[in-house]
Design a protein around this ligand. Structure first.
Ligand SMILES: [Zn+2]
Length: 170
């Protein structure tokens, strides 16, 4: 058994371990472990916290889960909406949680949000680059770069997401 495997979700080089994973954002346990370690850093140190919204959106949009799982489908829509807000509508990172909750409230129970066919590749960056960085001052920048590259990788769905977000504002 090799020490490292590529996450079947995002492709990140991750420890080949057994263990917990998220309920519907499907990832290899080693990849999920890197994510939870980053969460610990972000929740315990303000310098890391600044990048938190990018981290959660980027990770969610690289781990799409199963088509049949409504939670997974909703999650990808919500996190892409948030990336749309910050990269296309120039919202600030602090406005991302509000956009997410307004978006999910609007679509709650309506059965409108659909499975979005993911791209062939989710871009060059993964959770690994953020996890591997030990310089707190660089954390925000790497998280933003990762989130931006994930958003670009979903370019074939940008119009769909834009329409979904616009609809919540009319
Ligand atoms: Zn992964």
């Amino acid at each position: 058994m090799s020490d490292y495997i590529n996450c079947f979700g995002c492709g990140a080089e991750s420890l080949n371990i057994e263990g917990e994973c998220h309920k519907y954002m499907l990832a290899s346990p080693g990849c999920w472990m890197m994510f939870t370690e980053i969460m610990e850093r972000e929740y315990s140190d303000l310098r890391y916290w600044k990048g938190h919204q990018f981290t959660v959106d980027a990770y969610a949009c690289q781990h799409v889960g199963k088509k049949e799982d409504k939670r997974a489908v909703n999650s990808v829509n919500i996190h892409l909406a948030s990336l749309y807000g910050v990269f296309e509508q120039e919202l600030s990172i602090s406005e991302m949680p509000t956009l997410r909750s307004q978006f999910s409230q609007y679509y709650k129970g309506k059965g409108i949000l659909e499975w979005l066919e993911p791209p062939q590749s989710f871009g060059e960056l993964t959770v690994f680059e953020l996890w591997d960085n030990e310089d707190a001052d660089l954390h925000y920048e790497i998280a933003e770069r990762w989130a931006k590259s994930v958003w670009s990788s979903w370019s074939h769905q940008h119009k769909t997401i834009a329409k979904l977000v616009d609809r919540t504002k009319s």
